[in-house]
Design a protein around this ligand. Sequence first.
Ligand code: GTP
Length: 262
Amino acid sequence: MFYLVLTGGSHGTGPLWIYVVAPITFFIRGFKKGIVDIFFFVLVMLYAFYLASTFQFTDYGTLHFPSRIILTFIIVAALSGLYEHFRQHHSEKLTLLAQKNELLATIDPLTNLPNRRSMMAKLAELKSNDINPVFSIILLDVDDFKKINDQYGHFVGDHALTHLAGIFTQQLTHNDLVARWGGEEFLFVLPNKDKAKALQLTDTLHGALKSQPLHIDGYTISITVSMGIAEITDSSAIERDIQHADALLYQAKNSGKNRTCA
Ligand SMILES: Nc1nc2c(ncn2[C@@H]2O[C@H](COP(=O)(O)OP(=O)(O)OP(=O)(O)O)[C@@H](O)[C@H]2O)c(=O)[nH]1
């Protein structure tokens, strides 16, 4: 560009090419770096015009032509910069929104636990992982939850679910996960833990629920749960393991609730 301005290019049209510099610079360098680059570019162009007229490399006639070229270039650069600024701003906003939506799609809004969809993805990952073949799942269902809703109202029922989510999360060790599986059901995934270790956790959960009843609106509500444990050692369909845990949960319910079957 310096050479084109200095020599005038073909029939003195060389300086016209400087207009392509502004949009390309902002596109490649972004808004902030683009401003700095354009500033130095203008200085270099001024110097090129100065040299061209001082040493008669090319004849631009009066000062009108170079000054109009620089002025119109600054206007084009300002518009290109503004365009890049708004483009960058909106693109950042869109990225943030997409990240937020992605997060919301994996979280249960009431308990803030992972939802069923995200837990299914985790289970599929664990199943496909040869290095980590043994893990256990616990399917948990709150006992007589309908009675809590009927007796104290849906609002208290919601609080009971968040209260439970808090207790469950407290009892997890670093790799364990718990998700809201749906309604008043929760699913625990315990990587590297066999059935015996899962049973230890269920004992702890029964104990924690007993010692931490829900206190709300002057009421003290004791909540119990029933659980079914499935230990997973093969790579068969995860749905089969969940069905297995569900059958054991059903057994726990039918044998009097507030217990675990494995
Ligand atoms: N407050 C509240 N209630 C819910 C929510 N999701 C499901 N429920 C209620 O949970 C209750 C589940 O009732 P049931 O399936 O009969 O189970 P249960 O009363 O716990 O009985 P058992 O499972 O046999 O112990 C229903 O009344 C649902 O309306 C929720 O997000 N908030």
